[in-house]
Design a protein around this ligand. Structure first.
Ligand code: PRP
Ligand code: URA
Length: 213
């Protein structure tokens, strides 16, 4: 895959270690959920590095008063793509509990692999927030592209997309369609299979998170 300015692929031994356990078919639902949260937290540190609105606040220490940089009130919204994106929400909240949460419901048509939107509820004032769109799987890229387009239609200008596993096809599609959106992918996998599943991947993230199959 060619290099894109708006794509960050993590190359960190701790993330690789956790992704390896995540993939394992023997990993339990409980452990799967915990790992998705932990990997998200590790990624959030990097994805909040640039572009987050900050303000200066006066803080009184036991010794003196100083000016400190803090994240502006109500500045961050997280938007999981249902269902599987829900698994990443706590990974952000652990580090930044004040983040508001919106939800976008999408599922892939099993035949066409086209995403279908079925739900959308976003926090008031989302257009002025730093928006972290969350979905563990970036396969064909259709769901991410449509969710980003929906956020843009609602006026969002400062969007980041975070996925745990990406396929080259999907990553390229999102990077090209939305060059103004920075994409953070913990791991870049080899390819999609004929059913649009990522290889080697981890199977169906929603089913593994919620134990539906
Ligand atoms: C999965 C995943 C993404 C989408 C990725 O959701 O969580 O939303 O597929 O595929 P794409 O890049 O080809 O669009 P799915 O449609 O299985 O719905 P679910 O989370 O409700 O199981
Ligand atoms: N959605 C998943 O949950 N897994 C894949 O491999 C592709 C799409």
């Amino acid at each position: 895959m060619k290099n894109y300015q708006n794509v960050v692929v993590f190359n960190h031994p701790l993330i690789k270690h956790k992704v390896a356990i995540l993939r394992d078919e023997k990993t339990s639902t409980k452990e799967f959920r915990e790992l998705i949260e932990e990997i998200t937290s590790l990624m959030v540190y990097e994805s909040l590095k640039d572009g987050v609105p900050t303000v200066t606040r006066t803080v009184k220490t036991p010794l003196e008063t100083c000016e400190q940089t803090v994240i502006a009130d109500n500045a961050i919204a997280i938007v999981p793509i249902l269902r599987a994106g829900l698994g990443m929400v706590n990974g952000v909240h652990t580090l930044f509990p004040a983040a508001r949460v919106g939800h976008i419901g999408m599922y892939r048509d099993e035949e066409t692999l086209e995403p279908k939107e079925y739900y959308c509820k976003l926090p008031d004032g989302i257009e002025d927030k730093f928006v972290l769109l969350l979905d563990p799987m970036l396969a064909t890229g259709g769901s991410a592209c449509d969710a980003i387009a929906l956020l843009k239609k609602r006026g969002c200008k400062n969007i980041r997309f975070m996925a745990i596993i990406g396929a080259p096809e999907g990553l390229e599609k999102v990077a090209k369609t939305h060059p103004d959106v920075k994409i953070y992918v913990s791991t870049l996998d080899r390819q999609l299979n004929e059913n649009g599943y990522i290889l080697p991947g981890l199977g169906d993230a929603g089913d593994r998170l919620f134990g539906t199959k």
